[in-house]
Design a protein around this ligand. Structure first.
Ligand code: AMP
Length: 249
């Protein structure tokens, strides 16, 4: 079995996001970038499945600028066998990413595609679903447990009502939740070894995919500042304020 894992380079989750002065987007210059957090869970799960002897190869793919190579390299350092970087300049939307991933899937013929449930920069939660639709493959989104069976996968999903367990036929798309596992850290020897693993570079143009934006971003603004809270002296005072001032009870 071969597993393809999509990893996106995003602003690190610890960074305090700042909006550009001209409201055209957020500041990315000199800002720490990292792998999108649930994509680390996707890589970890793929590597665990390989370590359990149920997969032969794990391939990490990223779509983005030259620097996204670092994201692919990190996936190689935690156990992926080889990488693919599809080079695109500027911001790329989920529809274009899923069209590119479809081409990669047609070329690589993986049995499974693992992705993150959502990218923390655009918060779209669309790419996996769109890829499943384009390939006409089953999808299991928000996976918090994955069991590989003979020709199927049993996936436990994090849904609003709690947990849902479904069985999907392979090949399938799985989008991973943060609860799926605890991603490992890359050890120094593995970081060194990863430098020798191959990363194939392709341009989106070579794949014949039109990456033009379909969404026009009009303005990016800071959320309104929250007012300072107050301390109440007793539960009675809290209840009275909730009733008479906030009028929520
Ligand atoms: P989104 O639909 O933007 O919330 O992204 C969901 C998932 O799709 C991410 O967690 C990644 O696994 C994958 N993905 C989105 N954009 C990219 C990209 N540019 N390169 C690689 N994977 C991506």
């Amino acid at each position: 079995m071969k597993i393809l894992v999509a990893v996106k380079r995003v602003i690190d989750y610890n960074v305090q996001i700042r909006v550009k002065e001209d409201n055209s987007g957020v500041v990315t210059d000199n800002v720490k970038m990292s792998t999108n957090p649930p994509d680390d869970n996707a890589i970890e799960e793929a590597v665990k499945i390989k370590e359990a002897g149920k997969a032969k190869e794990v391939v990490a793919v990223s779509v983005g600028e030259e620097k996204a190579q670092e994201t692919v390299r990190k996936a190689l350092a935690v156990g992926a066998d080889r990488g693919i970087l599809v080079k695109v300049n500027g911001v790329i939307e989920p529809l274009a990413v899923s069209k590119i991933l479809k081409k990669i899937v047609e070329k690589e013929k993986p049995d499974l595609v693992f992705m993150g449930k959502q990218a923390i920069d655009d918060d779209c939660n669309q790419t996996g679903q769109m890829l499943a639709a384009l390939l006409n493959w089953p999808q299991a989104t928000f996976a918090s447990k994955i069991e590989v069976k003979e020709k199927t996968l049993e996936v436990t999903r994090e849904v609003d009502e709690g947990l849902e367990t479904i069985e999907v036929n392979v090949p399938a798309i799985v989008t991973c939740d943060l609860r799926l596992n605890e991603p490992r850290y890359a050890s120094l020897p593995n970081i060194m070894k990863a430098k020798k693993k191959p990363i194939e570079q392709i341009s989106a143009g070579d794949l014949g995919v039109d990456v033009k934006s379909r969404i026009e971003q009009i303005k990016v603004e800071e959320p309104p500042k929250r007012k300072a809270g107050i301390k109440v002296a007793s539960v009675e005072e809290l209840v009275q304020k909730l009733k008479n001032e906030a009028k929520v009870i």
